[in-house]
Ligand binder design. Sequence first.
Ligand SMILES: [Cu+2]
Length: 177
Amino acid sequence: MVRVSQTATIITVAYAVAVVIGGAVALAVWRSTTRPLDEDRTPAWSRRESTWLVVVVLALFALLMGTIFYTPYGESAGPRKQVVRVTGVQFAWAVDAPDGIVTGRPVEFLVTSTDVNHGFGVYDPSGTLLFQAQVVPGRTQKLVHTFAKPGAYTVLCLEFCGVKHHLMKTSFEVRPA
Ligand SMILES: [Cu+2]
């Protein structure tokens, strides 16, 4: 059985909803062009419009409530967090994890840059990109991630930041809890 990620499920549901809405709109347009224009039906259209407004607002609200809790932005690492400070500079990364990093506990990455824009990209031991964030000078980006597997994770710069951009590579170790 294939394990489907939550993100994949949300995207699939969102596309399915979009297809249904798109189909309904296309059908309505087709029907409106094939039907002859009859007497003034303004009151009926007005009522229909109000009904549709309520339907659309309720549908959008339901979608919002169904998805907003999966949005990772602003995610808090909680009291058991491990704080890791990361600084990007032309052309290196400094990863400061004084107590090391262990699996199973949320890691709060506080990422900043001292010169230009960089892209903080973290790859798991098999080379799959886990997450990435734009890093701009003078601001601290907060990213929360909980590592499930121990191993050596690689950090690459994903924003072209100068001639030696490709040298912006480092790694950190995640120990088993
Ligand atoms: Cu860079």
